[in-house]
Ligand binder design. Structure first.
Ligand SMILES: *Cc1c(COP(=O)(O)O)cnc(C)c1O
Length: 526
């Protein structure tokens, strides 16, 4: 097998001859181009893609800091550099290239109208420290977005500044801590159901709370009895996801809220799954005290690489006084940003102070508000209904071959399967996911939630067409049938069509190679 200079195989490891002439179900053939690191290109070091004029003087003023050796950086021509980055970008799977069924992540289409609005100079070219009188439009947008979030959630106060869902959790839990402190209470426990996203217990633990795990009922939901049993006067609050990470609406959520309040605790809702209920259910009506909203999930702003995330938090009336700074207010014809503690305290607000240096992710605010305004209230409600419909369409298309952990019942915006349909086939959830890659699909969320053995969590979102869902269902049916027919090779060797095969993920995490070194130095270092 040919190896590149970094000791990595330059072609897929061929364990069977079949990978070359393999015909996949969809006809997709992975990604074709091999691309070396810039440093690995023999012709690239110590040349330059631009012609710089010779300096007028050879005298150096750097003294003994002057470099005497070659700098060792690659210098490509413009077309070489462009090809390199375009080829790398083509190895990237994205929502713009195909279905991205990652459960819990809401990988929906990012409408291009959002991008156009975010690029308007009045939003994109303003500076966060500009005088407020010169950014009235931007403040009006933040005020409008805050109002829409409150309207959709039925809550009382909002903090726009948190920069992701997990950051929103920290914000909400800090407000809860402040509220207990203001009441002279020291409470050290936080209740978290075992189906929770890892960020929930991590947030509680990060703040110094002890996490008490709540068991799930046989139907995948949390029972009010289990909550009552765990509650006492040392419990600061509960962190509950609704709809939960099993794709189910918590039927006892309102009773859970009552029980939590009776015990003097607060109800933090992980709102990452808000996409299932926008325009249908208002979290405020369920008794929730604080909830983050992932603008990059529910309101179609890009996740991560396409821009920063944004995780505004909405608060109940009881918790609003403990929301962080800054926030916007309407002051007659003008808009103002309340940023300093003195002004805020005059309004009777926030011992929490600021969560971020500035005001949050302006570009995401513009994109989210654009999405809301272009959909309208009826459109947002329909988006939620379609998200639930699509998930159930996938569920219905697979339920005779796949197994649902909590019985054959309808789901919200994501459908959860376990691995019992793979029992005795020799194929695991991981193998199944790798075979999906050969078929040109990003796998669904695997092994989460932890309460379900070999979990496969599929969230198609409302932005997939029926055709796209039909092909996805047919592909998954084909793979399930192959697994049941004993075609183990198809799975255990997968992916065979990708530029790289199964990677040593543990090795990469434990012994990461974070810096490129030229070959002799690399050998010496190892
Ligand atoms: C995505 C998600 C989070 C975390 O949100 P980030 O924006 O990625 O920090 C928390 N809980 C659940 C259930 C999620 O799906």
């Amino acid at each position: 097998m040919s190896m590149n200079r970094q000791g990595r195989p330059t072609a897929p490891l061929s364990t069977s001859n079949s990978s070359q002439d393999k015909i996949t179900f969809t006809g997709n053939r992975g990604l074709p181009m091999e691309e070396a690191l810039l440093f690995e290109r023999a012709d690239s070091l110590n040349k330059s893609g631009v012609d710089l004029a010779e300096p007028k003087t050879n005298e150096t003023r750097l003294g003994n800091l002057e470099r005497n050796e070659d700098i060792g950086l690659p210098g490509l021509t413009e077309p070489e550099a462009i090809r390199h980055y375009v080829r790398l970008s083509q190895k990237n799977y994205a929502i713009d290239s195909g279905l991205y069924p990652l459960g819990s992540c809401t990988m929906k289409h990012n409408p291009r109208l959002n991008e156009q609005m975010a690029r308007l100079p009045g939003f994109s070219d303003v500076h966060p420290l500009q005088p407020q009188s010169t950014v009235q439009g931007a403040l009006a947008l933040m005020q409008t977005l805050s109002g829409y979030l409150l309207e959709l959630t039925g809550m009382h106060g909002v903090a726009l500044s948190p920069k992701a869902g997990a950051h929103g959790e920290l914000c909400g839990m800090l407000a809860i801590k402040c509220a207990h402190e203001a009441a002279g209470q020291r409470r050290n426990l936080v209740l978290v159901p075992e189906s929770a996203h890892g960020t929930n217990p991590a947030t509680a633990a990060f703040m110094g709370y002890t996490v008490r795990t709540l068991p799930a009922k046989a139907d995948g939901t949390v029972s009010v009895e289990a909550v009552r049993e765990a509650l006492d006067d040392t419990v600061a609050g509960i962190m509950l996801t609704n709809p939960n990470t099993c794709g189910l609406f918590e039927p006892e959520v309102a009773a859970i809220a009552d029980a939590v309040h009776e015990a003097g605790a607060y109800f933090y809702c992980d709102g990452a799954n808000f996409n299932a209920i926008v325009g249908k259910v208002r979290p405020g009506d369920l008794g929730i005290d604080a909830m983050h909203i992932n603008l990059h999930k529910t309101f179609s702003t890009p996740h991560g690489g396409g821009g920063p995330g944004s995780g505004p938090v909405v608060f109940s009336e009881a918790l609003s006084p403990y929301a962080p700074l800054p926030y916007t207010i309407r002051d007659g014809e003008n808009f103002r940003l309340i940023e300093d503690q003195a002004a805020a305290t005059a309004d009777g607000v926030s011992p929490l102070g600021r969560l971020t240096a500035l005001h949050g992710q302006m570009g995401m605010f513009v994109r989210a508000l654009t999405y809301m305004m272009s959909h309208g209230s009826d459109g947002m409600r329909q988006a939620s209904e379609d998200a639930v419909l699509n998930a159930n369409y996938v569920r219905n298309g697979l339920r005779d071959l796949f197994t649902q952990p909590f019985g054959d019942k309808a789901c919200m915006h994501e459908v959860l399967f376990d691995d019992s349909f793979l029992k005795d086939t020799g194929v695991t959830t991981l193998d199944f996911a790798k075979a999906m890659i050969d078929e040109g699909y990003h796998p669904m969320t695997m092994y989460f939630p932890l309460v379900v053995h070999g979990a496969m969590l599929i969230e198609p979102t409302e932005s997939e067409s029926k055709d796209s869902l039909d092909l996805f269902i047919a592909t998954l049916r084909h793979l399930a049938e192959e697994a049941k027919a004993g075609n183990v090779d198809l799975f255990q060797n997968a992916p065979t069509l990708t530029p790289r095969r199964r990677l040593d993920e543990t090795g990469a995490a434990r012994k990461p190679r974070l810096r490129w070194l030229p070959e002799p130095a690399r050998e010496a270092a190892e």
